[in-house]
Design a protein around this ligand. Sequence first.
Ligand SMILES: *[C@@H]1O[C@H](CO)[C@@H](O)[C@H](O)[C@H]1NC(C)=O
Length: 650
Amino acid sequence: MRIYDLPSWGALSTLLLLAPSPSSAFYFPGMAPTSYKEGDKVPMYVNHLTPADSSVDRKLRSVFSFDYYHPPFHFCQPEGGPKYIRESLGSILFGDRIQTSPFVLHMGKNESCKAMCKEQTFSPRDAVFVNSRIYQGYDLNWLIDGLPAAQLLKDPDSDKEFYSPGFALGSVADNQPILNNHYDIVIDYHEAGKNNFRVVGVLVDPYSIKGSKFVDIDKGECPGLESGGGTTPLTLSEEKDTGVTYTYSVYWRLSPTPFATRWDKYLHVYDPKIHWFSLINSAVIVTFLIGMVSTILIRTLRKDIARYNRLDQFALDDFGSTSAVEDGVQEDSGWKLVHGDVFRSPTNPLFLSIMLGNGAQLFMMAGLTIAFALLGFLSPSNRGSLATVMIIFYTVFGFIGGYVSSRLYKFFGGEKWKQNFAYTPFALPGLVFAVFFLLNLFVWARASSGAVPFSTMLVIVLIWFLISVPLSLAGSWLGFKQPAIEPPVRTNQIPRQIPPSGGYLRAFPSMALAGVLPFGAIFVELYFIMNSIWFSKVYYMFGFLFICYGLMIMTCAAVTVLMIYFLLCAENYHWQWRSFCTAGASAAYVFLAAILYWVKDLSFGSWTSGVLYLGYSALLSVLFFVLTGTIGFFASWLFVLKIYKSIKVD
Ligand SMILES: *[C@@H]1O[C@H](CO)[C@@H](O)[C@H](O)[C@H]1NC(C)=O
């Protein structure tokens, strides 16, 4: 199943989009290889401990990550204390806390059973903490030359071996948590030239060995291990103190894998067939739907327009014959009747224009980020680059947000300009920041390392105020200076009565009906994205995501236009908010999917984990609401402008 790997997908995208393949022989910034001579020191860093699926039932039990040097773990520290490694903003926001470690690795030099520090004493309190982390299935995350230390796993379906980043803190045997205190580090290295080596893979095999007396630090031996694993596993007593010695061995293995493809074995897809099939399935359904919608619309619309214009002609030609005119008027029904109201300002135009401005900003950010990732600019070895690029794009597109917001506000005939200018850059970012800040308090209260440091918060606020807000104001000013977009038909003085409509045209059923389709286009990728967020996995299927994003846009547009057409035919001209909410309703399904995901794959041990999960899911859904709502509105707007332009109104 080679096609699901990154290089093949890269080749496919090369064919499709003439994009450079990520595995081609030139490197993007941050991806350039580091070469070592034999015996050179290879730096090894430690990252936070992350919750993974517990070995008991494969469910995730917690969302909190912990600093590697969190005191109860008693991991050995480097001399002079650990130091933080500089990271990108996105990397910090997404939880990376990378620090130096006491491990000493020399290129090509095997080591056996080295102790990193003296015996550590676990008090009963620490033991309780560590044992419960073992039950919850926490993983250690190390980085050697930018590569995550992994466990070798085998896909039961394809029998293919792959590297799964992270390895277990401990395991549960006979209902007893055992702590891993010895690590066999196996490093694959590739000879790129004479005495020029590169790290191309890192595996760690953790062991649990009881009793420090088995470890002869001076001789560099772990007798228990070498005599064939006849060791008793180490358990931490919750009644009395336990002594633990942490040790490691290093084995360097020459590997034929070149540096350029070293990530391939890390990026493994479980069950690729289901992935493919569901993608194709939804693509077919979506294309079919769009085809249907457009043929229906084009055919009926053409008929409508021809009829309206014929009636017009008829009425003018036979001006004298009143019966013909009356016939015509009687037949004149449907969307044409509301021409004098369809461009009436919606209720609360200020709020709508602000949402649309923010939606446009999100739309541009999401599209460009995915395109960037697809072209291979955001490699997984460049940690946090995805989030960083997202933040940069979002900040810069503040300009578009302001422009769209004020342009539309002018079209709606709004007058509260000050509010429009001021609220646009603050509405959505403010909400996101407030929720983020609140949830961060929970994380912080749990002493989890996932809490975003105050300095990072400050940087975000500064970026927001110093770059995003001025850009948005500039955009708003430009939009304000532009002449208003003229509607093709005049708006009457007196609003028309709206006949009552029933069935699927009522607000709630129409949204429930329409919202499910855009959701259908993305739910496969949504599942994988959620997996990567909550199980801290690398997400890299940007080819699929790109297609899904396109399908979602088309579905949103098609289904909303169809709904708005029916609405106008029923002589209801309140299409602005309706189109926004109809497409945006798919966000409700996203939230439902998050709940289902919780039931299926998560099983939290604490209510704070639940609060965090729900909070972030709700935030994601709100963003999705604004994004899809904006797509729906713009599609309907263009549609309404177009159809009323094509009819003659006296
Ligand atoms: C290091 O250990 C590996 C794995 O046991 C072995 O293949 C390799 O030859 C050893 N290297 C040296 C220099 O002894």
